[in-house]
Design a protein around this ligand. Structure first.
Ligand SMILES: C[S@@+](CC[C@H](N)C(=O)[O-])C[C@H]1O[C@@H](n2cnc3c(N)ncnc32)[C@H](O)[C@@H]1O
Length: 203
């Protein structure tokens, strides 16, 4: 498994337009290839997958690549303000106001698969019918209030049998993500993949 995991991570960082002149574009925050591969395999044909927080597109490209390789017909929405989270204010693309352009460039070869939605998470959730989404993966702002608001907004949108999940369960010493998740769900219903720093709740 370790060798397979290492290969998946290598693959995730070398996909298409994320690699330019031998340089990998964007930060390596994508620590959850097994989770995304599992989602890609398990989601039903015709299903809806929502990624909340896409940044420069690394996780989005990996998922799109998996869906294409598997021949899955899935509606894949990437939700982001493309303004960065509070800790990203010094990123040059955020400062220049061109983060969205970089996302579009990085995801261009999967443009037929990905639908970007440039809105705040809670506002974007209103565009989806209750009980309509198969999988929501939350990787936006990791502050406590933001994670709680994201979960509250997206949870009603998940269909029975679906999954709500998110990244950075263990983030910072004060654990804002873990605290928000544990206050939103009964602790016995929270699954954690520690290796990928991901939490899951089955709907
Ligand atoms: C950690 S990054 C996402 C990383 C990406 N999933 C990856 O693995 O490469 C978080 C993203 O969430 C976005 N974001 C933060 N708060 C948001 C909000 N309230 N609504 C929508 N997007 C938000 C930021 O603009 C940023 O692009």
């Amino acid at each position: 498994m370790n060798a397979e995991y290492a290969a998946r991570v290598r693959h995730a960082t070398s996909l298409g337009s994320l690699q330019r002149s031998g340089q990998t574009v964007g930060e390596n925050w994508f620590t959850f290839p097994l989770t995304y591969s599992h989602f890609a395999r398990s989601i039903r044909d015709g299903g809806i997958f929502v990624e909340v927080g896409s940044w420069k597109g690394r996780s989005s490209v990996y998922m799109a690549h998996e869906l294409r390789s598997l021949g899955k017909r899935v509606s894949f929405f990437c939700i982001d303000t493309w303004e960065g989270s509070p800790e990203n204010v010094d990123d040059p693309w955020v400062r220049a106001g061109s983060l969205f352009d970089l996302f579009l460039e990085n995801t261009r070869e999967y443009g037929d698969l990905i639908t970007p939605v440039r809105k705040p998470s809670v506002e974007a959730a209103r565009d989806f019918a209750d009980g309509s989404i198969d999988i929501v993966f939350i990787d936006a702002c990791h502050e406590y209030e933001s994670v709680k608001a994201d979960i509250a907004a997206w949870l009603p949108k998940i269909r029975p049998g679906g999954v709500i999940a998110g990244h950075d369960y263990l983030w910072r010493d004060d654990n804002p993500v873990k605290n928000a998740v544990e206050e939103s769900f009964h602790p016995s219903n929270i699954l954690v993949h520690r290796g990928e720093n991901v939490w899951f709740v089955l709907a």
